[in-house]
Write a protein of this length. Structure first.
Length: 510
């Protein structure tokens, strides 16, 4: 089993081991081909990942409502690399992954970084490392401060709780990892008992989404699909890539009436794009954004904060960024600056990974972009992570490396006789460490923000009901709506967003 020890800014907390519960209710009817579908559905959900299956499950609780879920991938076959927790991440790069990459990044020395994303029923909850935690209260409250009225810690908390069941760890687990807790305490960082209370600051054993009975992965498929095949009103169509949102009307009266998923439409759309440079292919077809997974709390925090305040962050945005998106980033930049020295939100994540220290930047200043690759819907969009484009992120990472050396120098860890392989004990100057950072930084996954929840004039794509601006009958429900990435592994946040969205759609409250 894999466990994560997390170090954040200033203080500490210690959650226990947990598992994702299966919602209590009556696998749904899987359709082999289009001829088995109903003539129409009350709701069509595109994508059978964490958010898609959650929304579909909750909407179909009403037997009078029909729901169709369309997924480009298929059901997994229960391979060991999918279901066994110790092999978590083994599905990355397989047929269950879209197998896309970010473009080469000059800030990373021209390197190309992969974007693991699930192409399977269960989505990325079949690929990820199963970390099941929550961010800080202040992280979610920032969403509301950026214009996402009604989206904050208090309104999301009931939905975090709705889909989970906690299973505590055994004494053996505590004993095995106690040295990390001791190391944290040795540095004067307190250890609390609950990371899920809105203050996950410090070191803790991290819960994972496992079935406690079988000790296997509990993905969105197991939680929201496999137990509900008896629902006659919930249908799943796999192996179909949606290529079009069918609309009617024009101007301010556009209504989404359905979707299409065939090559004939793709050819017609390509011809339209080639001749007119508009139409359905003129918009990106994916949900990607960049956030850098390496950074830390630093003794140079005040200096870095002053640099951030003095910086014009828009200088480092991708060229051609629309004015409204620039305006939205300026608001984000201010929020990030205001919270940079706060002790209620993490800047650094440290993962103890089988003897290696993995550092994760939780609130990067760099911003990437997403563009259509071609006129073909079947071509993956061009995703530019822009990792490390903003030099502040490099500075955060330099300080992260220094802090990690302090942590590994504690008596609690020194008794394990560790030795530094990379960057190497001889790499000591800030410039040398910065070079190492640029050479080694990669992704810790969790891209967000491509369909941001917020004001349209600040680059928002969806309103507080998650309705797409300018189109009636179309909502976006997934990680792409998050205005800022919270300092956490975002799977639980995606589930909570989807649970809340289902109630919003149904006109219910928690």
């Amino acid at each position: 089993m894999a466990y994560v020890v997390k170090i954040a800014v200033a203080m500490a907390a210690m959650p226990l081991f947990g598992a994702l519960a299966r919602p209590s209710s009556s696998v749904c009817l899987k359709k082999q081909n289009d001829t088995q579908l109903l003539p129409s559905y009350d709701y069509v959900v595109v994508g059978a990942g964490a958010s898609g299956l959650t929304v579909a499950n909750r909407l179909s609780e009403d037997p009078n409502v029909t729901v169709l879920v369309i997924e480009a991938g298929e059901l997994d076959a229960g391979e060991d690399f999918v279901k066994i927790p110790g092999l978590a991440g083994g599905a990355v790069g397989t047929k269950y992954d879209w197998n896309t990459t970010y473009v080469a990044n000059d800030a990373l020395g021209g390197r190309v970084v992969s974007i693991p994303q699930g192409k399977v029923v269960g989505g990325s909850t079949k690929l990820n490392r199963m970390v099941f935690d929550r961010g800080s209260k202040s992280d979610y409250d920032r969403w509301e401060s950026l214009g996402a009225s009604g989206w904050n810690w208090d309104t999301l908390l009931p939905y975090f709780k709705k889909n989970e069941k906690f299973t505590p760890p055994t004494p053996e687990i505590v004993a095995e990892w106690e040295f990390m807790i001791d190391a944290i305490r040795e540095l004067g960082i307190t250890v609390a008992k609950d990371q899920a209370n809105g203050s996950p600051i410090g070191g803790y054993f991290c819960p994972h989404n496992q079935d406690p009975k079988t000790a296997t992965r509990s993905s969105a498929r197991e939680a929201y699909y496999d137990n509900f095949t008896g629902r006659q009103n919930l249908h799943l169509l796999t192996g179909r890539q949606v290529t079009k949102v069918v609309t009617a009307g024009s101007g301010d009266s556009i209504v989404a009436t359905g979707v299409a998923s065939n090559a004939t439409f793709a050819a017609e759309a390509r011809a339209q794009y080639d001749s007119q440079q508009n139409g359905p292919l003129s918009s990106p077809t994916g949900d990607f954004i960049a956030f850098l997974p390496l950074s830390t709390y630093s003794k140079a925090g005040q200096t870095l904060s002053s640099q951030a305040t003095a910086q014009d962050g828009t200088t480092f945005l991708p060229s051609g960024t629309p004015a409204e998106v620039v305006k939205g980033y300026q608001a984000q930049h201010k929020v990030l600056n205001d919270r940079l020295l706060a002790d209620d939100s993490a800047l650094l994540e440290i993962i103890w990974a089988d003897g290696a220290m993995v550092l994760g930047l939780q609130h990067p200043y760099s911003r990437g972009n997403l563009k259509a690759a071609s006129s073909s819907t079947f071509d993956a969009p061009v995703a530019d992570s822009a990792f490390l484009k903003n030099p502040l992120d490099v500075s955060f990472l330099v300080e992260a490396v220094k802090f990690t050396r302090t942590l590994t120098g504690t008596n609690s860890i020194k008794r394990l006789q560790p030795f530094e392989i990379v960057p190497g004990a001889n790499v000591t100057t800030d410039d040398a460490i910065a070079d190492f950072v640029r050479q080694q930084s990669s992704t810790l996954f969790h891209p967000v923000g491509t369909c941001k929840l917020g004001a349209r004039e600040e680059g928002g794509v969806v309103d507080t009901s998650l309705k797409v601006y300018g189109i009636s009958g179309l909502r976006v429900v997934d990680a792409s709506i998050m205005p800022l990435v919270p300092a956490t592994h975002i799977m639980t946040t995606v589930y909570a967003v989807a649970e809340k969205a289902a109630d919003v759609i149904r006109g219910k409250t928690a």
